[in-house]
Design a protein around this ligand. Sequence first.
Ligand SMILES: [Zn+2]
Ligand SMILES: [Zn+2]
Length: 117
Amino acid sequence: MIQHRPRWISYGNWGCANHIPMAKIPSTVTSCWYCGTDRPAIDLRPAAPPRAYGQPRDQVLPEMSGGLCAWEGCKNPTTTQSKYCSRKCSNNNARARAAARKEQSPENAAPLAESAE
Ligand SMILES: [Zn+2]
Ligand SMILES: [Zn+2]
């Protein structure tokens, strides 16, 4: 029986080509759910996508931002203590960053990767 070689689709997924359409398997899973084919070598995995957004905004210091709230879409002036106009915007930003971080590490999404802490 001919075995099709599995291959990486992206940083977060690899594909088992024994199926039509090709089975898409998370990078944290080491063998195909359907046929048991081993994951392709981890060193062939594509690099993690670059952080496209969030970065430049974080580097803007309050003094340089023109006194406007750093939360995207908020046009209120900042307080003197913070780069946000209010605690609400600060919290919004913290939550958005936490969510973005979670999305970028597939390990956190894997059911078996839960740690005891
Ligand atoms: Zn398979
Ligand atoms: Zn604001």
